[in-house]
Structures are given as C-alpha cells and as structure tokens.
Design a protein around this ligand. Structure first.
Ligand code: ZN
Length: 336
C-alpha cells in the first residue's frame, strides 16, 4: 500500500498574488471607527444602513491559514488580502515592495506569530503605517519547542537554514491542531471587533459558525484516531507536533532530505532511527522529492504517505476542512 496522497493541492493551487478582487463586494454600510464602542449593544448593526461615511476596513493576512480564518470571520464585510501567494514557501519567504505597500494601506494585519513571519519585521517598519493594528493569532498559545529529534542526513548548512525559523519562538505550526485553530479564530475575531466594533455582531456570528465546524472536526479526529494511541511517525517537515500531541500520536523525528540524493550512510542513519522508535509511518508532503522518499520508504519497509501542512492550497476558507479530513484519512490508514 503506497502513498495515500490525494491531500495535496499543488495542482489546484490558485495563485492570486492578491486576494482583493473577489472580495470587493461592497459591504453594507459600516460603522467603523466609533470610539468607545463597549458593551453588548448592537445598535450599530450592519443592516441599519447607518449614516456613517466610514469605509470598510482593509485587512491584510500573511499566509494561507491566516487568510482562511480571517476570511471566515470577516465574510464579505471587509476586504481581506493575503501577502504570500498560495503555493509560496512560507518558511523562506522574502517580502516584496508590494507587501510593504499592502501593509502601508491596511488597517489591520493578521499574522500567525511564533516566529513564522520573520520577513515582516522590516516590512512593517518600511510601511510606516502608524495606524496599523496587528493581530497575532497565536497570542496566548503556549508554543511547543522543537520536540522532534532531527535525523541529520542533510548537510549541516541546509539543515540550519531550514530550521532557522523554528528555533526563535517555538514551533509555529499551531494551525494544524483544530483546537488551537479555534484559539486563533477567536483571537482574529476579537482583533477585528476591536478594529471595527460596528460589525461586532457579524464577526461573532461568523466566527461561531466556523468554530463549530472546527469542534466537529476535532471530534472526528478524536473518534477516529483514538484506536491508534502512540502511533509513531517520521516526517520531513517539523509541522505536526501539535496535531500529534492533541491526538496521542508521536512525531518522533524529522528527516532533513538533502537536495540531491541520499548517501548509503544517510539511509543507514534513517533506518536505525526508524528501528529505535518503532516507527509506523513515514509522511512526506508535496514539494519534496517523492522519488527519493519512495526509495527511502522501500529501504525502510514503511509506507510513505503524504500529509498536508496547509501552507498551500485553495483560498476557500472551507479548504481547511477538506485538507484536514484528507490528513485524518492519511493518518488513520498509516496507523492502522
Ligand atoms: Zn511549515
């Protein structure tokens, strides 16, 4: 049984550099900037066609999961853009002048945090937008430090480069755990409400609907994976420690694949790791050299399947669920 795959969207990946267009739906009159909007009152209900002349807020997100979560909460009320064209490697992204411009014009910036968006530091500085409100979706989430030992098969320079971002602030891949995704959606909801209190009711309702879907997804993961406690796997991208911890799986090692090919010594190292940890499954992902991995999996006598870190894919907020359910199927099949 080989690669369950199917969960990679590389070929369906739309690549709109800017998500503006489709979201330009002119919103119902917004009552934006009213100061001192506290309390439960929904007197600024968006349907009231208020007299305010304020424009809809403009929201910029960094990469795909932040775009999905923000778009799910904002609906068509405001314009939501994404800086990284889907399909772009987030861990090695370099900001462009267009990014600076987008941030210069935005009211709100939504980022994952936990060191993922190091490219933002100078970008924000250069944008000189003193009004910019930043929402850090991971705020309040306790990060896991890098818990997976790394099998050193790649040359050192390559490895250091790839892992750079994960050392600074813990592992950033919290969006792959549906429960932590809920926390991210809540942070985004609260940040949007703070920036645009007039639409509080809509943000709350949209967030509640999306959170309900995330809760259902979590239950499905619990139910279907509980039969495989401590299912142990090796990956090639340190993206799954939160997911593993949530559902009692074990990501035990990350194999760094060199650019060209594995030497017999590399293969030996990996084989001994796999034996040491009683590894059940090997997960690659799209974008990695699958032929290399396939050969490796044959040497290891392990199935190789594909997990999706959700760093690329369709821009539809519902894609989160499609991709995560594919991941669930992959995990279930591999752990069986
Ligand atoms: Zn990643």
């Amino acid at each position: 049984m080989l690669a369950t795959a199917g969960c990679n969207q590389s070929n369906s990946t739309v690549t709109p550099a800017r998500q503006g267009e489709e979201n330009k739906v002119s919103p119902p009159a917004l009552v934006g900037t009213g100061a001192g909007e506290v309390g439960l009152s929904d007197r600024n209900s968006l349907t009231s066609g208020s007299s305010s002349q304020s424009r809809p807020i403009e929201v910029v997100t960094t990469f795909l999961p932040m775009y999905w979560f923000t778009k799910a909460v904002a609906g068509n009320l405001v314009r939501v853009e994404v800086l990284l064209p889907p399909g772009t490697e987030v861990h090695e992204y370099q900001a462009t002048p267009k990014d600076v411009q987008a941030i210069a014009q935005a009211d709100v910036l939504v980022k994952n945090g936990l060191g993922l968006e190091e490219f933002l530091e100078n970008t924000i500085k250069n944008a000189r937008n003193t009004q910019l409100k930043q929402i850090e979706a991971s705020r309040g989430i306790k990060p896991l430090q890098e818990i997976s030992p790394v099998v050193e098969v790649a040359d050192k320079a390559d490895r250091d480069h790839k892992h750079e971002h994960e050392h600074s602030a813990g592992n950033p891949h919290v969006w792959l755990d549906p429960i932590l995704a809920i926390e991210q959606v809540e942070n985004i909801r609260d940040g949007l409400i703070a920036a645009d209190p007039g639409n509080k009711v809509t943000y709350q309702a949209n967030a509640a609907a999306y959170i309900q879907q995330l809760q259902a997804l979590d239950r499905e993961f619990q139910q279907r994976l509980q039969q495989y406690p401590n299912c142990t796997f090796v990956t090639f991208h340190d993206a799954y420690p939160y997911l593993a911890q949530r559902y009692q799986l074990k990501q035990v090692a990350v194999v760094q694949i060199p650019e060209d090919q594995l030497s017999p010594g590399d293969i030996q190292k990996t084989i001994s790791t796999v034996k040491q940890y009683k590894v059940k499954a090997l997960f690659g992902e799209s974008g990695t050299d699958n032929k290399l991995l396939k050969n490796l999996s044959q040497d290891l006598k392990l199935n190789l399947s594909v997990l999706d870190s959700l760093e690329s894919g369709s821009v539809d907020p519902q894609h989160y669920f499609t991709a995560m359910k594919a991941n669930l199927q992959t995990l279930e099949a591999a752990c069986r």
